[in-house]
Design a protein around this ligand. Sequence first.
Ligand SMILES: CCCCCCCC/C=C\CCCCCCCCCCCCCCCC(=O)SCCNC(=O)CCNC(=O)[C@H](O)C(C)(C)COP(=O)(O)OP(=O)(O)OC[C@H]1O[C@@H](n2cnc3c(N)ncnc32)[C@H](O)[C@@H]1OP(=O)(O)O
Ligand SMILES: Cc1cc2nc3c(=O)[nH]c(=O)nc-3n(C[C@H](O)[C@H](O)[C@H](O)COP(=O)(O)OP(=O)(O)OC[C@H]3O[C@@H](n4cnc5c(N)ncnc54)[C@H](O)[C@@H]3O)c2cc1C
Length: 639
Amino acid sequence: MEGGDHLAHERKKAQFDVEAMKIVWAGSRHAFEVSDRISKLVASDPAFRKDNRPMLSRKELFKNTLRKAAYAWKRIIELRLSEEEASKLRFYVDEPAFTDLHWGMFLPAIKGQGTEEQQQKWLPLAYKMQIIGCYAQTELGHGSNSSKWWPGGLGKISTHAVVYARLITDGQDHGVHGFIVQLRSLDDHSPLPGITVGDIGMKFGNGAYNTMDNGVLRFDHVRIPRDQMLMKVSQVSREGKYSQSNVPRQLVYGTMVFVRQTIVADASCALSRAVCIATRYSAVRRQFGSQNGGPETQVIDYKTQQSRLFPLLASAYAFRFVGEWLKWLYTDVTQRLQANDFSTLPEAHACTAGLKSLTTAATADGIEECRKLCGGHGYLCSSGLPELFAVYVPACTYEGDNTVLLLQVARFLVKTLSQLGSGKQPVGTTAYMGQVEHLMQCHCNVQKAEDWLKPAVILEAFEARSARMSVACAKNLSKFTNPEEGFAELSGDLVEAAIAHCQLIIVSKFIEKLQQDIPGKGVKQQLGVLCNIYALFLLHKHQGDFLSTGCITPKQAYLANEQLRALYSQARPNAIALVDAFNYTDHYLGSILGCYDGNVYPKLYEAAWKDPLNDSVVPDGYREYIWPMLKQQLRTARL
Ligand SMILES: CCCCCCCC/C=C\CCCCCCCCCCCCCCCC(=O)SCCNC(=O)CCNC(=O)[C@H](O)C(C)(C)COP(=O)(O)OP(=O)(O)OC[C@H]1O[C@@H](n2cnc3c(N)ncnc32)[C@H](O)[C@@H]1OP(=O)(O)O
Ligand SMILES: Cc1cc2nc3c(=O)[nH]c(=O)nc-3n(C[C@H](O)[C@H](O)[C@H](O)COP(=O)(O)OP(=O)(O)OC[C@H]3O[C@@H](n4cnc5c(N)ncnc54)[C@H](O)[C@@H]3O)c2cc1C
């Protein structure tokens, strides 16, 4: 079967308005229109070709990224793109570059930690890209103060960096502060005196994150002008006197709150991309199961395929909505900070850290699962999945190792519980802790499988599990005379309690989304199915927690699984339409297996012949190495 839409029969099965779902996914009609327009702009411009990335050497790859970045910037200026449009352009160009750190961390660090005066001096230069900055926090060896190691953009391109270093005045160590440091000459790009800087070397996977110049940086007696210390949080006077503003010191880490929030939104994009590929391919692929000489079974109809794929589809939507909410939370906390209200900063930190950890871990695992769901073809670069995995997986490490971040959440939970005694009522995502007495003894009253479809039932089960796990940790911690020793000893349990809390946040935000007015035929109903799949999949996966804390009975766990199977059957006819709703172009997906028309096999065949190895019938090296070997064996055989 050549040409045409090979997935048309699947698209006809949809029980909801796909166009309306596209708007829900994008966040608003305006966001959809911007995204749609920019994705087509990028897809139709050959300058943004990316299918050759895995074939290029590091130097070619990097130069190509510089070309794309310069070209993208030129187009942004020519087309007078807004900030929203420019960041969509970056998204669809789909290539990590030094510009990410410039726009995503260098600029926000100056905005968040610089004084008005500092912002006036540096931001215009940065906005016009007359200087290029990076974010230099991580060290080669922890606390060694020897070398910065890892900052993206540092290796070869940045002219400036926000460097995090200890401030010592009059022999007194005031802790870590941010400093704007010029690294390279603006004339010939050579490192300034006393500065050693370079790339740290090739990273995991071909193409992938190797478009980025992660760098190493050393200073030898480098003098930083006093007014280049970011001074919103604390200051050093001309006389060398150190003082602090009336704001919490934690604001020094504010850039991380911002970036972690964007990483959660990105997780839904990376996961939905992998899921789109695996879902379309699962509908195209037929394997075994033919009856009475009919066609073989589409692999998407195997229950095992559904039980691996549909929770990932549901997770992509769940991460989308929690990402939307997190953006709102971040905007809210930023407005409060501007009004000197710092009360919600700890919660914003805990939410961004915990959700970054959960969503990136699930997305990295999910991409790999999608590769397996595509069988052997998933391992081909032309499936798009190997590069997606390689480029995505460091998200589990950068912006804070995921386990370290969960420990931050655990500290926040323990602190919240300890404050209950003093009558402080928890708010926001920890409000449920205010009902801790009820949650410690409540009984789930599910009696039949459909009872698991009630949002209140699901919420109470997740709240009770989270509260009971946190309370158990707090009780165990109180047995230690040294709290830090206790925290270290119980860190495994604390991480699990933090995971339970963050899963509750994601489930509850999905449920809240469904309480909104959602237009479009069948759209809300499909989202309801996905929400229940997400919650019951988690419940099934973590049933050990739910059972051991006594939140549900074994019979109720069994009923949850029964309901989950029924939900998979409901999702099945809508699966292709649910991934179409992401509105990804074939260029962005970068995958033959996931192409919109499902015409997979001719495209795979054609792509194979484009591989450089197939440029000649006899490969380079044959004459040199193989032919003499064959000749030798022929001679031996004749003897
Ligand atoms: C080719 C095409 C190009 C196209 C171009 C087009 C042009 C583009 C135009 C527009 C484009 C726009 C694009 C934008 C793209 C954006 C993408 C951004 C991508 C970013 C990629 C990310 C790269 C990665 C960067 C990094 O990794 S940076 C390094 C990050 N490091 C960490 O995260 C370290 C983790 N460790 C911690 O977080 C530790 O907590 C700490 C901060 C190091 C502190 O540790 P310490 O031990 O000193 O303290 P703690 O005990 O941990 O905490 C003390 C108290 O502070 C509280 N706390 C901690 N952290 C925070 C925080 N972040 N916020 C608030 N509070 C915090 C903590 O709770 C403690 O409180 P207490 O009350 O208990 O005392
Ligand atoms: C692709 C990429 C891009 C990056 N970009 C930048 C950048 O632009 N700027 C920048 O400054 N940095 C950047 N980084 C560095 C990144 O932020 C760090 O790698 C990350 O914060 C983890 O720190 P680490 O490497 O020191 O890991 P470590 O802290 O050494 O972690 C190693 C292991 O120890 C465990 N561990 C560590 N501490 C604890 C603890 N307290 N309790 C329990 N377990 C613990 C961790 O869970 C992990 O398993 C980047 C990293 C990568 C991979």
